[in-house]
Write a protein that binds this ligand. Structure first.
Ligand code: G3I
Length: 302
């Protein structure tokens, strides 16, 4: 196949990208988006600071713009993200524990209800584990006021709100199997599966340095999949976009049957949150880079 989305579809997978609503009016951008990608993650538009800037005051306009584009171009959507300590309006951080619990429940329920039937998978909780060697949850308003159980509570609330969307936990620096952070998330998913807490998938953001993925990445993906969840690469970018590093990343996914898709975090280098690293598959003029060909070939070989 001659596009990323069509090539991924040959093995039942998708190939997606992060999209900001503000670029949907740029034809040089949408030409690539609609030619190459069949899954979209809103880059910022479904985050709490946009969707509920003040308590009970919901704003789904920017997210709706992206959903509408996706629906008219045959693209599916990943919802990103319901509960995250960043891009969190200050009113949330200032609540008492009991108010925070009800605000979190209301936020999850209202946003999922609004998008019901339009989202393939939700990042229900994003980046809740700490960096470094602890293997524990990080400090955040949610963790500090509600305790470790806030993640389970969020997933149960999400399932009750929408029983058909897939419910994912999403994080970065969980790609290397032996890291304490990876083990912490793995143990949480294992515990959830053993106790029947609803979780369907784990997203590995995969913001890599010049070396690309750790050599254990495929092992990590297959170990998580063996717990009974789908796994996805959700925010891929690689400093300097080496072809080998991109091919290694795609191969780690396509060799794991429950790795259902790959999303890159932007289209052109100029679209990237780390644009100084030139980490994406298209240059700033929209021309495919050598990493693009490497990814396409790896998908076609799967
Ligand atoms: O919208 C305002 C604009 O009004 C203002 O003039 C401008 C000035 O700084 O800021 C704009 O907001 C920025 C927003 O992106 C939209 O462009 C924020 O400052 C900026 O912090 C924000 O960055 C986003 C970042 O998440 C914030 O945490 C990036 O676009 C987005 O790519 C990035 O995505 C995250 C994932 O959600 C989670 N994983 C890590 C990933 C990379 O950081």
């Amino acid at each position: 196949a001659s596009s990323l989305g069509a090539a991924a579809a040959q093995s039942g997978r998708y190939f997606g990208t992060a999209v900001p609503a503000g670029k949907l009016g740029t034809s040089a951008y949408t030409a690539i988006l609609d030619r190459e990608f069949n899954m979209i993650t809103p880059e910022n538009e479904m985050k709490w600071d946009t969707t509920e800037p003040s308590r009970g005051n919901f704003n789904f306009g920017p997210g709706d713009q992206i959903v509408s584009h996706a629906q008219s171009h045959g693209q599916r959507m990943r919802g990103h993200t319901l509960v995250w300590h960043n891009q969190l309006p200050s009113w949330v951080s200032n609540l008492s524990a009991s108010d925070l619990q009800s605000a979190m429940d209301n936020h999850i329920t209202t946003e999922m209800n609004h998008y019901k039937g339009k989202i393939y998978a939700w990042d229900v909780v994003n980046e809740a584990f700490a960096d470094g060697g602890s293997g524990q949850q990080r400090s955040s308003p949610f963790h500090d006021k509600l305790g470790n159980g806030f993640i389970e509570h969020a997933f149960r609330t999400a399932r009750a709100a929408d029983s058909s969307a897939k419910l994912c936990y999403n994080d970065y620096n969980i790609e290397n199997w032996s890291d304490a952070k990876t083990q912490g998330v793995y143990n949480m998913v294992k515990d959830f599966k053993s106790r029947g807490v609803p979780i369907d998938c784990v997203g590995f953001q995969s913001h890599f340095g010049t070396g690309g993925p750790p050599s254990s990445f495929q092992t990590t993906l297959s170990n998580f999949a063996a717990l009974g969840v789908d796994v996805q690469i959700t925010e891929l970018d690689i400093a300097q976009a080496g072809s080998t590093q991109y091919a290694n990343t795609v191969n780690a996914c396509v060799h794991v049957s429950r790795c259902t898709g790959i999303t890159v975090w932007g289209i052109r280098d100029s679209d990237s949150w780390r644009s100084g690293d030139n980490p994406l598959l298209f240059d700033s003029n929209g021309n495919p880079k050598s990493a693009y060909t490497a990814v396409l070939n790896a998908l076609n070989a799967a």
